[in-house]
Design a protein around this ligand. Structure first.
Ligand SMILES: NC(=O)c1ccc[n+]([C@@H]2O[C@H](COP(=O)([O-])OP(=O)(O)OC[C@H]3O[C@@H](n4cnc5c(N)ncnc54)[C@H](O)[C@@H]3O)[C@@H](O)[C@H]2O)c1
Length: 299
């Protein structure tokens, strides 16, 4: 390593930190792994699948095949990380699964599997990591929630509930760990370009028997910026939350959704109204029989 690059490393926001990133082989996970390695951290990337094809090669990156839904496996892994690297500063609970079931047809086997990964997995990592962070007097826990924890999307019972649990756990852990210099925050992404997104679009296309282009148009109709997010946008936000600059930020949810949850669907105020609804009846309910709207009164 040259003197220049060593200096650059020392200035990097995560230089000298040891970070554990779950779901590292997935779409957002790979971006997180790349960003934290680039920012100078030693990264332990964890995934239940696909660790052999895990991206990136660096002497500060190791891959571990571990199932986050097993608290025993996670406990052993975190003990081993601390033995090997002497510390664990940052945990990013990113591993997650998604599926949909309409009410009346909830598959409770799949419900339990999803909760085991999305909720128990995050709890297992935080539970095993917290004592090391408390002893060190510094730490960061970043939980991947979702915009679907903020708004109720049809058929998302399990996923939405799991991500809402993550937001609440974020606040509970933030309060519990605040005296020890450890911050805990959640990131709530909207639609990010990952394999999870393409599976979702395929399902909608099959459900509505529509070409994918039509589904994309409908989906992006809800997004003011008219685009899907890049995984790197999530990773850079996580990098900021993990930095010393964000010491005062704890117990918060950072929504990164290209504007989706901040407004109503595009066109509500500019599109022609539908013709198959009895608007005169609705109008009289609002204004009262015989009363006029301001528009009529000014004629
Ligand atoms: N992509 C999006 O639009 C989006 C939006 C909001 C929130 N999120 C959340 O971001 C996180 C990452 O999502 P993604 O889009 O990168 O998904 P992804 O499917 O590309 O990656 C998820 C990764 O988690 C791993 N994983 C699953 N079960 C595991 C287990 N038991 N133990 C260890 N690893 C396991 C998978 O193997 C996969 O590599 C998830 O928590 C997801 O819910 C994604």
């Amino acid at each position: 390593m040259t003197t220049m690059s060593k200096k650059a490393d020392e200035r990097a926001p995560a230089a000298g930190r040891v970070a554990l990133i779950t779901g590292g082989a997935g779409g957002i996970g790979r971006a997180l792994v790349e960003a934290f390695v680039e920012a100078g951290a030693t990264v332990v990337a964890v995934d239940a699948h696909d660790v052999d094809s895990g991206s990136g090669s660096s002497d500060r990156l190791v891959w571990r095949r571990t199932d986050v839904s097993s608290p025993d496996e996670i406990g052993s892994l975190i003990d081993a990380v601390v033995r090997e690297f002497g510390r664990l500063d940052i945990v990013i609970n990113n591993a997650g699964v998604a599926h949909v079931d309409p009410l009346g047809a909830i598959d409770f086997g799949r419900w339990a599997e999803l909760m085991a990964v999305n909720v128990t997995g995050a709890v297992a990592c935080a539970d095993a990591a917290a004592p090391h962070m408390m002893r060190a007097g510094w730490g960061r826990i970043i939980n991947l929630s979702s915009v679907w924890s903020l708004v109720g999307a049809q058929t998302y019972s399990a996923y939405g509930a799991s991500k809402a649990a993550i937001r609440q756990l974020t606040k509970i852990w933030a309060a519990e760990l605040a005296p020890y210099g450890v911050t805990v925050n959640s990131i709530c992404p909207g639609w990010v370009k990952t394999p999870l997104l393409s599976r979702f679009v395929d399902r909608l296309a099959a459900l509505h028997r529509q070409p994918v282009e039509n589904v994309l148009r409908e989906v992006l109709h809800l997004v003011p910026q008219k685009r899907f997010l890049d995984p790197a946008e999530i990773a850079h936000a996580a990098l900021f939350l993990a930095s010393d600059m964000a010491q005062g930020i704890t117990g918060t949810d950072l929504v990164i959704d290209a504007g989706m949850s901040s407004t109503l669907p595009d066109g509500l105020f500019t599109r022609p109204v539908r013709g198959d609804v009895d608007y005169s009846k609705i109008k009289s309910e609002i204004y009262g029989e015989g009363l006029q709207s301001d528009q009529e009164a000014s004629k």
